[in-house]
Design a binder for this molecule. Structure first.
Ligand code: ADP
Ligand code: TRP
Length: 324
C-alpha cells in the first residue's frame, strides 16, 4: 500500500501518449493504494489560455479521467487551484530552489523555445509548484511518463534539502515509469515525443478523434524505409507504432510482427487504426454520457478531501520553519 499522486495539465485534449504513459497506470494503481489524481490548472497558466477554453478543458479532463476508469470512490480527484496550499507551499520551496537547478530543466528549455515571446517567471518556476503538489501529500510514488522524471528528481532533491535544514518533514517520492509506453513518439516525427502542443495534429491521436480522423492520421504516420512490419533499434517509427498497437491490443510486439509478416505497412496500419478506434469508440461513449453536474460534484468532494490533508501538512510545515 503506497500513497500515489499524479496530475495532468488541462491544455487541449488528452492524447494516447498521456493515456499509455500515465493514466493507464493510474487506473491500475487505484487497487490497494491510496491515490490522488488531479488537474493542474495553475500549471496550465504558464502558457496563455483563453478563459472559456480553460474552464471547459478542466471539466473535460475530469470527464476523461472518469471515462478512462478513475473511480472517485477509490481516488481523490480534484482541481489544483481549489486547494490553496499548493501555491503556498510552492512559495516556500522556491526559497530553497537554486536558479541553476531550474535552468537545467529540459521542459523549461523546450517551452521557452516554443513560446519565445512569453517566457514568464511561472514557466521557470513550474517545477517548484509541481514539487509542492507532490510533497504536500507525503507522496511515495508518482506515476508519470519519461519526460517528467527530471521534475520528480528535482522534487526529491528539494525534499531532502528541506529535511536536512529543518528535520524530517517531507517524504522523499519516487517516480513510477512504466516499462512500455512511457515515451510514445510523434506519428509525424518518431524522434520527438507525442505532444498536445505539437505544431501539427498529425503528431498525435487525441482521445476525442473520430473514426475517420484516426484512420487518416495512422495512414499518414511516418514509417521506416523498407516494407517489413518489424521493430528494432534502427526502426524508430515501426517501434513506436508496434508499441502503440501492442498496448491497445494486449498482443506482444513479436506476436504482431508474426501476424503481419510479409503483409506490408498498409495491412498493419489498417489493423492498428481498427484497434485504436475500438478503444476510442467505447471511451467516447462513456465520456459523452457523463453529465457536467456529476463532474462538478465529484471535483467539489475531492477538493474537500484534499484540503483536509493539505491544511494539516501546511500547518506542520509553517510551524517547522518558524512562521507564526
Ligand atoms: P503534453 O506534453 O502532451 O502536453 P503533459 O505534459 O500534460 O502532456 O503530460 C501529462 C502526462 O502524460 C505526464 O505524466 C507525461 O509524462 C505523460 N506524457 C505526455 N506525453 C507523453 C508521451 N508522448 N508518451 C508517454 N507519456 C506521455
Ligand atoms: N508537470 C506535469 C506534466 O506536465 C504535470 C504535473 C503537475 C504533475 N504536478 C504534478 C505530475 C504532480 C505528477 C505529480 O505532465
Amino acid at each position: 500500500m503506497s500513497r500515489i499522486l499524479s496530475a495532468v495539465q488541462p491544455t487541449n485534449n488528452l492524447h494516447i501518449g498521456n493515456y499509455l504513459g500515465a493514466i493507464k497506470q493510474w487506473v491500475e494503481l487505484q487497487e490497494g493504494n491510496e491515490t490522488l489524481f488531479f488537474i493542474v490548472d495553475l500549471h496550465a497558466l504558464t502558457v496563455y489560455q483563453k478563459p472559456e477554453t480553460l474552464s471547459q478543458n478542466i471539466l473535460d479532463v475530469a470527464r476523461m479521467y472518469l471515462a478512462l476508469g478513475l473511480n472517485p470512490n477509490k481516488s481523490i480527484m480534484f482541481v489544483q487551484s481549489h486547494v490553496k496550499e499548493h501555491a503556498e507551499l510552492a512559495w516556500i520551496l522556491g526559497t530553497i530552489t537554486k536558479m541553476g537547478e531550474l535552468e537545467r530543466m529540459t521542459q523549461f528549455k523546450d517551452k521557452s523555445a516554443q513560446h519565445a515571446n512569453n517566457i514568464n517567471a511561472g514557466m521557470f518556476t513550474y517545477p517548484v509548484l509541481m514539487a509542492a503538489d507532490i510533497l504536500l501529500y507525503d507522496t511515495e510514488k508518482v506515476p508519470v511518463g519519461e519526460d517528467q522524471k527530471q521534475h520528480v528528481e528535482l522534487t526529491r532533491d528539494l525534499a531532502e534539502r528541506f529535511n536536512k535544514l529543518y528535520g524530517k518533514v517531507f517524504t522523499v517520492p519516487e517516480p513510477l515509469i512504466s516499462k512500455s509506453g512511457a515515451r510514445i513518439m510523434g506519428l509525424d516525427d518518431p524522434a520527438k515525443k507525442m505532444s498536445k502542443s505539437a505544431a501539427s495534429a498529425y503528431n498525435y491521436i487525441s482521445l476525442l478523434d473520430d473514426v475517420q480522423t484516426v484512420k487518416k492520421k495512422i495512414k499518414k504516420a511516418v514509417t521506416d524505409s523498407g516494407t517489413e512490419v518489424m521493430g528494432g533499434a534502427s526502426r524508430p517509427a515501426l517501434n513506436n507504432l508496434l508499441t502503440i498497437y501492442s498496448l491497445f491490443s494486449g498482443k506482444s510486439v513479436s506476436a504482431l510482427e508474426k501476424e503481419f509478416a510479409g503483409k506490408g505497412y498498409g495491412n498493419f496500419k489498417d489493423g492498428l487504426a481498427d484497434t485504436l478506434n475500438a478503444f476510442l469508440e467505447e471511451f467516447q461513449e462513456k465520456f459523452h454520457a457523463i453529465k457536467e453536474s456529476e463532474v462538478r460534484d465529484i471535483l467539489a468532494d475531492g477538493a474537500a478531501r484534499a484540503v483536509a490533508r493539505a491544511a494539516l501538512k501546511m500547518a506542520q510545515i509553517k510551524e517547522t520553519i518558524g512562521l507564526l
